[in-house]
Design a protein around this ligand. Structure first.
Ligand SMILES: [Zn+2]
Length: 174
């Protein structure tokens, strides 16, 4: 870094501190020439990631948007705000790991559903039905159907179980 005071190129880092989320690192530096102290910030460069819909339309990926759709699915469900935020964070981390420039909306949806499934059964089914494109996938239609036909007590249980679907599968059998 070039010293803002004397223009010298040599400095030493005297303190490094990561931001709360760890995405920005603040470094306090001291110029070796004139001992002037200054601060630099280092952050991860996020290249634009696009969500590609089935009809080919592309939309800039937005973590806020993802978060609000997870929130919408969990509305009035006993899911902690933090658990929702963590789920959105995990999905974002995973798609930025796996995909470079574009992520098919189907893959994004599947990751969200995996998270919702472990959070809340009802939220999961809500999400699956909102994202109509997944309804063609047989297993989701089946699960939505099964949830709709279950007696109320089973519905309550499913909502409480983290992975209620398999559980109810075995229970349903005579
Ligand atoms: Zn200097």
């Amino acid at each position: 870094m070039r010293c803002p005071k004397c223009g010298g190129q040599d400095d030493k880092v005297i303190d490094s501190r990561a931001s709360k989320e760890g995405s920005v690192i603040r470094r306090r530096r001291e110029c070796l020439g004139c001992t002037h102290r200054f601060t630099t910030y280092e952050e991860i460069e996020h290249e634009a990631l696009f969500v590609v819909k089935r009809d080919g339309r592309r939309e800039l990926f937005s973590k806020d948007k993802l978060l609000s759709s997870v929130k919408r699915a969990c509305q009035k469900r006993p899911v902690a705000e933090q658990a929702i935020a963590d789920a959105a964070e995990r999905v974002t981390g995973e798609i930025t790991d796996k995909f470079d420039r574009e992520v098919p909306s189907k893959d994004l949806g599947e990751l969200v559903m995996r998270e919702l499934r472990s959070l809340d059964g009802v939220a999961y089914v809500r999400f699956a039905s909102i994202y109509r494109e997944f309804q063609e996938v047989g297993e989701f239609v089946e699960e939505i159907h099964r949830l709709a036909t279950l007696p109320p007590s089973d519905k309550r249980q499913m909502a409480l179980l983290p992975d209620g679907y398999e559980e109810s599968d075995t229970k349903d059998k005579p």
